[in-house]
Design a protein around this ligand. Structure first.
Ligand code: SF4
Length: 319
């Protein structure tokens, strides 16, 4: 399948200072990621909080610049494009964020929130803008009268629909969905996920779906990358990851949700907490928690190994 997004050896390091006098510390949020997102798929990135998933989404969208590496959108290298040259791509790549309470301006009417991007990116009359906003609100299950209300007049699920409408009104090809349902009640989550699936088909979209919830991945995704401390530990089709998982970290995540996946597995719940990205473990990043760690694991970083076409794993057990 043709790739809409291609990422080559992407790195994003941040510098933080604990105090005015202290030396800056380096946070390796993304540490050498390469992947391809085929057109028309739902590509999930899963991992614990602190694994670098959200930073990856933002670097792909060029909301933040990478430290090194390249991002291609539909064959075009967008890594070093200047702001004016990025305008053409901005409307094709949108994001829906986790928190529908903070992502909508509280003092703006819904018509102004949803229509803002239209005014920036298209030369349309006021009537055309009005009709586009009305049409997109209807696509997400809202009504024309909702255009003249403020965000606080809506429930969490409705606010997330407004955020989705704001992203879709620009007719993008690619959406980054950053934990789009984790702030919602369970019943509302299910309806929002169903809506996102329906919109993907109707608008011919490709999704990068960022989540820590493998049950959601099971429902939504066709491709999955498992991220840990800024690196991809395993990547493959949903069936590879759910039914033929190889990496001990992937297996440990699946262990936490016994209702998904059918493979017979040994119990491999990881020990302790995810280490700080300021002070990364030497060797395999997962060795401090891995129940299958061997001597080599603390010394040598494993290389990516192809298990089967499209199914890659970074672990000494398969080198
Ligand atoms: Fe565990 Fe070693 Fe594999 Fe890392 S390389 S996941 S420590 S077995």
């Amino acid at each position: 399948m043709e790739a809409l997004i291609k990422v080559e050896n992407l790195k994003k390091y941040f510098e933080i200072k604990k105090s005015m006098l202290s030396k800056p510390l380096q946070v390796k949020a993304i540490n050498g990621i390469s992947l391809e997102i085929p057109k028309g798929v739902i590509f999930a990135v899963v991992g614990e909080s602190g694994s670098g998933k959200s930073t990856l989404g933002r670097v792909i969208l060029k909301l933040i610049d990478p430290t090194s590496g390249k991002v291609f959108f539909d064959g075009q290298d967008i890594t070093s494009l200047k702001s004016k040259d990025m305008i053409k791509y901005r409307k094709q790549m949108q994001i829906v964020q986790q928190d529908p309470y903070n992502s909508l301006h509280p003092r703006k009417l819904i018509k102004d929130i949803v229509g803002e991007g239209l005014k920036i990116h298209y030369k349309l009359s006021a009537e055309e803008i009005y009709l586009r906003i009305k049409e997109i609100l209807e696509c997400v299950g809202l009504r024309e009268e909702h255009m003249f209300r403020y965000p606080h007049e809506f429930s969490g699920g409705q606010r997330q629909r407004i955020a989705i409408a704001r992203a879709l009104v620009l007719r993008p090809k690619f959406l980054v969905l950053d934990e789009p349902t984790s702030a919602l009640d369970v019943s509302v989550q299910a309806r929002t996920l169903a809506l996102l699936c329906e919109l993907k088909e109707n608008f011919d979209l490709t999704y990068l779906f960022i989540t820590h919830n493998l049950a959601v991945v099971d429902y939504m995704a066709s491709h999955v990358a498992v991220m840990y401390l800024g690196k991809i530990m395993e990547i493959g089709s949903k069936d590879d990851i759910f039914f033929r998982p190889k990496h001990p970290y992937t297996v440990s995540l699946l262990e936490a949700i016994p209702s998904v996946g059918k493979g017979k597995r040994v119990r491999m719940i990881p020990r302790g907490e995810i280490p700080s990205p300021v002070n990364l473990p030497k060797g395999c990043l997962f060795h401090t928690r891995c129940v299958q760690a061997k001597d080599i694991c603390a010394k040598k970083d494993p290389q990516e190994v192809e298990i089967s076409p499209g199914h890659m794993c970074r672990c000494h057990l398969y080198s």
